[in-house]
Design a protein around this ligand. Structure first.
Ligand code: N0T
Length: 522
């Protein structure tokens, strides 16, 4: 035919990520959308595995599922494409009323090209691997391989074309992750001739602008960091070209995810996945890959300090926070609340299916209904609020807290008010908070109007207080309503809380309670 096949005018706008005043919003069907996500295991992207996927997704109350599409799976023979799994996946996702995020496992899947077709990963001449300083080669493919880029991009464009044909009017697929945990373990950069040349070439203007540096070569401008930074640029630039070509045929939001380095003691690049979008090179990535909506952390650190530090570093005016992966062990469940408190657009535990694999020690020892339960409880609570949270978050009117490891209370500054959130505090506040036996506590607070807030969460006590500088001001909880929101965002009143339920703080229990709190001074 020559022309791309005509797609009927989409009934709804394309999914997109919008940014204003340093805050971000994902929109799906033209409406604010919060990803209450789940990612399936790496080898679950096959038709015969899907029956083991859906029951876990349903138990979880997830609204979005991340599923890998492997390059080798769709282009086993060069130039011959097979998208039958994608067709099956999209059909079944619609039946299960969930949206999808596709994960393009291609040149990089956790540093290496295992998901690339054999005709790529066995042809070192055409598709060169990274060369180490001592001249030996690694498994990782070089981002400076022009034929590799061309082949990956070509396959990705074919995927996006097909996706547009089958889903361009429905947007069951709302977003695409380009590659997976790119970067290289075992070297800070590619020591090939092309890699050496890059190091001496001028730093692109976009990077200078983002980093506030003045012109020069990578080694002149960045000194001892030049190896890693130039390599990060090379990978980001590669992924940019793949993403841009894909968006040109079907303009879905795209992002890249990071295998993190330790936020406090990162050690040298190569010890972690060098060149990937780690926290030290986010600016370089954002400059090199403007087609990506954001870069995302994959958080497999249970410790509160590390987890929340990662949230801080990836939540920026120039980068929307999406927790693209996190562990599925109980300790991680509560972090959905801190993610919301960091203006997160989504959260997604990894390995959520019943294919009988577990990625312990990163995640839980086994994936059972019991493993899923704490995540499910959170999603069940948050699902009816998801649109409201996404909407108000974009206005800076959402706060969230997750139970810390060793301290048991935290103050949140809401501007007009403050709240003290405490965990494991006996009734009447008789004793100081001592933390919950299992660290499941978490709270989200959404401002609805002046002096009116929605409060939801588990295993936490929430005490409103006057704002900073107004200590001693007389105030009261004028009205505390418990109720629920329906699918249309309509509030249904259940009862008023008063007396023991409110006198010593709002006591959120193991029940999925949603409160509307009206405050007043006197
Ligand atoms: C993740 C997942 C999957 C501190 C691991 C995490 C997923 C990939 N990689 O199950 O493979 O596709 O994105 C790597 C984390 C390494 C942490 C090292 C221990």
């Amino acid at each position: 035919l020559g022309l791309a096949s005509p797609v009927q005018a989409a009934s709804t706008p394309l999914p997109r990520v919008v940014t204003a005043d340093g805050r971000h919003q994902l929109q799906v069907d033209g409406k604010p959308y919060l990803i209450l996500g789940a990612q399936v295991n790496n080898s679950s992207g096959w038709p015969q595995m899907l029956p083991a996927v859906w029951p876990a997704i349903e138990a979880l109350h997830a609204n979005t599922v991340q599923v890998p599409i492997g390059w080798g799976q769709v282009e086993p023979t060069r130039g011959q494409f097979d998208f039958s799994f994608l067709d099956t996946l999209v059909t079944q996702a619609r039946e299960h009323d969930v949206r999808l995020v596709l994960l393009w496992f291609a040149t990089w899947k956790n540093n290496g090209p295992n998901y690339a077709p054999s005709w790529v990963k066995l042809d070192n001449k055409r598709y060169p691997r990274v060369v180490k300083k001592d001249g030996s080669t690694l498994g990782s493919l070089s981002p400076l391989g022009t034929a590799t880029l061309e082949a990956d991009r070509n396959a990705f464009v074919a995927l996006m074309k097909h996706l547009r044909q089958i889903d361009g009017d429905r947007h069951t697929v709302i977003m695409v992750q380009v590659e997976n945990e790119s970067g290289t373990y075992g070297s800070d950069r590619d020591y090939s001739a092309a890699g050496d040349k890059l190091l001496q070439s001028p730093v692109p203007a976009a990077v200078l602008k983002k980093t506030g540096k003045s012109a020069g070569s990578w080694s002149q401008v960045f000194g001892k960091d030049a190896a890693e930074y130039s390599y990060a640029w090379a990978i980001a630039h590669y992924i940019e070209q793949v993403a841009a070509a894909g968006k040109a045929v079907y303009n879905l939001p795209m992002y890249a995810n990071a295998a993190l380095r330790d936020p406090f003691n990162p050690g040298p690049p190569g010890g972690y996945s060098s060149g990937g979008p780690t926290d030290n090179v986010i600016d370089i990535w954002r400059a090199a890959a403007p087609s990506l909506a954001f870069v995302s952390p994959d958080i497999y650190m249970r410790e509160y300090k590390k987890y929340t530090t990662v949230l801080d570093r990836y939540s920026r005016p120039h980068n929307a926070l999406f927790v693209a992966e996190t562990g599925n062990d109980t300790a991680y469940a509560r972090y959905v609340f801190a993610t919301l408190g960091h203006q997160g657009i989504g959260f997604s535990p990894f390995g959520m299916d019943y294919t009988k694999y577990s990625n312990w020690p990163l995640g839980a020892k086994a994936i059972t209904p019991e493993t899923i339960q704490p995540f499910a409880a959170n999603y069940e609570l948050l699902a009816p609020l998801a649109g409201l949270i996404a909407k108000q978050s974009f206005e800076g009117k959402v706060w969230g807290a997750s139970e810390p490891d060793d301290t048991h209370e935290e103050a949140l500054d809401l501007g007009d008010w403050r709240v003290q959130v405490s965990y494991g505090r006996p009734q009447f506040g008789m004793d100081p908070p001592k933390g919950n036996e299992q660290k499941l506590g978490g709270v989200v607070i959404v401002q609805l109007a002046d002096n009116e807030y929605l409060v939801a969460g588990y295993h936490a006590r929430v005490n409103f207080m006057p704002p900073k500088g107004h200590d001693g001001q007389h105030f009261l909880l004028e009205k505390v309503q418990e109720g629920r929101y329906d699918e249309n965002g309509q509030w249904h009143f259940i009862r008023e809380w008063n007396g023991d339920q409110t006198d010593y703080g709002l006591n959120l229990t193991s029940q999925p309670q949603v409160l509307r709190v009206k405050l007043a001074t006197y």
